[in-house]
Design a protein around this ligand. Structure first.
Ligand code: MN
Length: 519
């Protein structure tokens, strides 16, 4: 890239960034941000990226992504400075003096995320460079760090996600060994985390970029096969949208009607799940209705079903039963005109925002509050998950991430209405262990939706599960044949192993947990 072209690009980026910030931040915030912008520029100086592009483009782009998520001032400042502790002469004290403790702790948080040090016990030969650390160990450590950061201050994770997203968009500007690693980590760690945080848009974009880089052949085949179908379906949906607009208008329902095209990687995964059978994939292009109130979602649903027959078993009310990551919408698939099958997604503006931006959307709906904090409940699962993993070794951890964190999820209720977010095909035993280890170890039976059911029953979305238990009950070896989660499996094994450990030790251990439970 010529110096002149680079300068033009930089100018454009800067003015867009400032413009986006001004849309929702006041003068005082803008002054701080502009100051951070020049500090970052000076700090990175003449340093260039692999391509010869000025390095400063990177932090500026990251900050721009953060302001598009409409995050608070300090997060944007930290985005501008996120690489400065590691790569420049800027010091902790300097950041603290100029921008305060909050910014410093965000920048340090992001810096720590990229310094992956592997547990000694995992890797006895110590002292290895990042590139030489075996894949599994590095990924585990990255994941673990992301979860810890998330439970402390989720903004650190948002900065890291924006950082990785920009790196993916500019993969060609990175060095060769970094390219594949970054793409793989995006697909296996960062995008799933964005998904769990409900950030649908970021998750989709990140997956598609990484997928096209890592599996170019699969990507090409998928595109060749489905692009024509998508074009065809798009035409149908566009026409249908016209008619839907008319119907809603006649019924005085204010709404925005548009459509979305399924992300490539999401299609790829779905096809894998269906073993290549695409006859039941109806959402290549889905029609979207965005209304003002929750009540109007149901009104719109009624009008749609009055006009076209829905397919049985395809109506999903994620408003009454939000997904664990916060996603809300009503989905229904109808037989539209001329037999075309079309999926509808109905939601309010706010639900739409939430679906695209996830946890970041929480900052937007709190006007006037400059440092809103995300409700702790939203991230309860992070804490539960890290607690469950305590004491696991490397292999167990890997399996646990795989089985318990990144599988497709269902959500199941306790009789009190608490939601547990579980991997698909979990059983009541898995559920019991998710509620509490003690309950798992002492469960004797289960009621699903009020009816006694075998402990091996596969739970379904929305089931209400009551665990029957008795103090004298113990885990049974045959549970190992059907439990799904690694957490349940490892507890059952451990309990089997220690059941010979002696009467007294056991009583006191259970007594302690029992007491804790009662509190
Ligand atoms: Mn960076």
């Amino acid at each position: 890239m010529t110096t002149k072209a680079a300068k033009l690009q930089l100018d454009e980026l800067r003015s867009k960034f400032i413009h986006d910030c001004q849309e929702y931040l006041d003068k005082a915030d803008m002054d701080r941000i502009l100051k951070a912008k020049s500090v970052a520029k000076i700090a990175h100086g003449d340093k260039k990226r692999y391509s010869g592009e000025p390095y400063y483009i990177h932090p500026l782009s990251v900050a721009k992504k953060l302001c598009q998520l409409k995050l608070d001032r300090n997060t944007i400042i930290a985005g501008l400075l996120h690489d400065s502790l590691e790569d420049t002469d800027l010091k902790r004290d300097g950041i603290k003096r100029e921008f305060g403790n909050d910014v410093l702790s965000l920048v340090e948080g992001v810096t720590k995320l990229s310094q992956i040090r592997i547990k000694k016990s995992w890797f006895p030969f110590s002292r290895v460079k990042t590139e030489e650390i075996p894949e599994l160990e590095r990924q585990l450590e990255t994941l673990r760090k992301m979860l810890v950061a998330m439970s402390k201050d989720v903004r650190v994770v948002l900065i890291k996600l924006a950082d990785r997203m920009h790196n993916l968009e500019t993969l060609k500007y990175l060095s060769e060994p970094k390219r594949e690693r970054f793409a793989r980590e995006a697909l296996e760690i960062f995008a799933p985390i964005a998904e769990r945080l409900g950030m649908g848009e970021l998750n989709g974009q990140m997956n598609d970029l990484a997928f096209s880089y890592l599996y170019p052949e699969d990507f090409k085949k998928l595109k060749e096969k489905y692009e024509p179908r998508i074009k065809y379906q798009e035409k149908i949906v566009k026409n249908l949208a016209e008619k839907v607009r008319r119907i809603l208008k006649q019924n005085h329902l204010e709404a925005e009607v548009n459509y979305r095209i399924k992300h490539w990687y999401s299609l790829f995964k779905k096809l894998k799940r269906y073993e290549g059978d695409d006859s039941k994939i109806y959402d290549l292009v889905a029609l979207r209705i965005i209304v003002k109130t929750e009540g109007n979602c149901y009104k719109a649903l009624g009008l749609i079903h009055k006009e076209w027959k829905p397919l049985i078993g395809r109506i999903r009310d994620f408003i009454a039963f939000p997904k664990p990551n916060g996603y809300r919408s009503i989905h229904t698939t109808v037989i539209a005109d001329k037999g075309a099958i079309v999926e509808f997604q109905i939601r309010t503006d706010e639900m739409h925002h939430q679906a695209e931006f996830g946890i970041a959307a929480h900052w937007i709906y709190k006007n006037g509050d400059k440092h809103p904090i995300v409700s702790k409940d939203r991230l309860n699962w992070v804490k539960e998950f890290t607690n469950m993993q305590k004491g696991m070794d490397k292999e167990e951890l890997a399996r646990s991430f795989d089985l318990d964190l990144f599988q497709d999820r269902i959500f199941v209720f306790t009789p009190d209405g608490d939601v547990k977010d579980m991997p698909m095909d979990s059983t009541p035993v898995d559920f019991a262990y998710y509620v509490h280890t003690w309950l798992g170890d002492h469960c004797t039976g289960a009621k699903i939706n009020g009816k006694i059911a075998p402990l091996s029953t596969l739970l379904k979305n929305g089931d209400i599960v009551e665990i029957l238990n008795s103090k004298s009950a113990k885990p049974r070896a045959d549970w190992l044949k059907f439990v799904k989660t690694h957490v349940a499996r490892s507890h059952i094994r451990r309990e089997m192993r220690t059941s010979s450990e002696g009467f007294i030790g056991k009583i006191s251990r259970i007594g302690k947990i029992g007491r804790r439970l009662k509190k």
